[in-house]
Design a protein around this ligand. Structure first.
Ligand code: UN1
Length: 497
């Protein structure tokens, strides 16, 4: 089979990078399967995309929001028609199993329909003036040209969280997909193009962060940056954006804790733990990577979790019977290996997994088994640092308060979860867990698109994606005063008599 070459989308045209350099996108489950050849772009390609987006902004910002929304709605319908194909493409480039890639495409569909509805809302505020015959209101205006840097773990959903609210608000966009998963972003954008998005309103430039991402962040005509990825890169992005006073939304790491109290429904907690820890091969920002279990049930819980984890079928996600796919690339496998070594040295007890799977059907891919460490102490690195792989740490607690303190005792604050049947403790946890998201009787994953998504502490810098949080990021407030008194009225000075 010949390898298909994919191009950048700039100003409505599919074009190669100026340098003509390309890179290959390889299936992480089968290294001899080349998904496609993509453009290895550089700063000059970004500059062309920014010029196109700047030009397109002149008319897109004046297109009525309900009309912009109709394009999003049509894109949602197109994605629905192509869901199966796009899910297969995603499993091939990213590895997660088909049920999950269907979910990823569905998340983009949900975002399209939700944001299409927003076209007839985008509510502002009216408020009384302190003066007579004067009207006061706040309206939302688009920010301008937005630069977006997307991760590989939700290669269509997360780009949709960025592109679709930005578009309905009247912004134009340049998106840089992750190098491991450019096809899913191109598929999303193809749906937008087919739905009628005008030339230059959405541009895609593929390539390395050091080339494309850096230029996007630094380009003076890019008015806002949205980044999802590692804390290390996020810090660089945030610092560069801060120097230019550019609004910048950062969504980064997590070390998400599930608490299982002694009164929990254990079967339910086990189902949740397996899905939270090993869904997407543990490669979610929201993955359950710490489980704090009450000591009264710890033994029973750990042994059942190990049994269930060992039963999970690992393999190529295109096989519908497989429950956990590969990791996305070699570096991720190396990180998993490194953290297993660290955990063992720290004195944690390896209960299952811990070494890459390399034999037989696994030889051609990046496979790592479900891995569980018990006897983990809160201060250990395996309890503090993000692995982003199928590795979960189990800690024990003596009480509810102890569990909350353990959960909060980290630098991150994305997602948390509590299993209990006690409504009082559930409500205290909702209040006291330091995280942007708390689940009761459900694992740390499973965010829905119409609620704000993001975290506290070092997970982010205070912005939210999803729901109204996204609308807030992609609009800027303008306060408008209309004086219809026909005389000069001075705020704070004239009494408004
Ligand atoms: C992520 O964790 O990287 O909440 C995104 C979830 C998904 C999105 C996760 N809807 O699990």
């Amino acid at each position: 089979m010949t390898t298909r070459t994919y191009q950048n989308l700039i100003g409505g045209q599919w074009v190669p990078s100026r340098s003509r350099k390309t890179f290959l996108n390889i299936n992480p489950a089968r290294h001899d399967d080349v998904v496609g050849e993509f453009q290895a772009s550089a700063a000059e390609d970004v500059d062309l995309a920014v010029a196109a987006a700047t030009e397109a902004f002149k008319t897109w910002r004046l297109t009525p929001a309900p009309k912009r929304a109709e394009i999003l709605y049509r894109a949602g319908q197109i994605l629905l028609d192509r869901k199966e194909q796009y899910a297969q493409d995603m499993t091939r480039e990213m590895g997660k199993v088909m049920a999950e890639t269907r979910g990823d495409v569905q998340e983009a569909i949900d975002t399209a329909f939700y944001m299409a509805g927003e076209g007839r809302r985008l509510f502002g505020v009216t408020t009384p003036s302190e003066l007579r015959n004067k009207f006061a209101m706040c309206v939302r205006l688009p920010v301008g040209v937005c630069g977006m840097i997307a991760p590989w773990n939700f290669p269509m959903a997360i780009p949709s969280w960025k592109l679709l609210p930005a578009l309905v608000c009247g912004n134009t966009c340049i998106i840089k997909p992750a190098m491991d998963t450019p096809l899913s972003t191109l598929n999303l954008v193809q749906a937008l193009v087919d739905a009628g998005v005008p030339a230059g309103v959405v541009n895609v430039v593929t390539g390395a962060g050091s080339q494309v991402g850096t230029r996007l962040v630094e380009h003076p005509q890019v008015q806002a940056i949205s980044f999802t990825g590692s804390s290390e890169v996020g810090r660089t992005v945030g610092q560069a954006a801060a120097g230019l006073f550019k609004p910048c939304s950062l969504e980064m790491g997590g070390k998400n804790a599930m608490i299982v109290l002694e009164d929990a429904n254990l079967d339910l907690a086990l189902d949740g733990a397996l899905w939270g820890a090993f869904g997407t091969t543990g490669q979610r920002c929201t993955a359950t990577s710490r489980i704090t279990v009450h000591r009264a049930i710890a033994k029973e819980f750990i042994s059942a979790l190990v049994d269930r984890a060992e039963e999970l079928k690992v393999g190529d996600g295109l096989d519908e019977s497989v429950q956990m796919g590969p990791q996305v690339n070699r570096q991720q496998i190396e990180t998993s290996i490194r953290y297993c070594e660290i955990a063992k040295k720290e004195g944690a007890k390896l209960m299952t997994g811990g070494k890459p799977l390399t034999k037989g059907a696994f030889a051609k891919g990046h496979f790592f088994p479900p891995t569980i460490f018990a006897k983990v102490k809160p201060g250990m690195r395996i309890a503090q640092e993000e692995v982003f792989g199928p590795v979960v740490s189990i800690l024990e607690c003596a009480s509810f308060d102890d569990a909350i303190a353990i959960s909060n005792g980290i630098q991150y604050g994305l997602s948390t979860s509590l299993y209990t049947r006690d409504v009082n403790r559930a409500f205290r946890a909702m209040r006291d867990l330091e995280a942007g998201i708390t689940y009761i009787n459900a694992p740390t994953i499973g965010a829905e698109v119409h609620l704000p998504f993001g975290g506290v502490k070092q997970t982010g810098n205070g912005h939210r994606e999803g729901g109204i949080g996204a609308i807030d990021f992609y609009t800027t407030w303008k306060s408008v005063y209309v004086d219809y008194s026909d005389k000069l009225q001075r705020a704070q000075i004239d009494a408004g008599e």
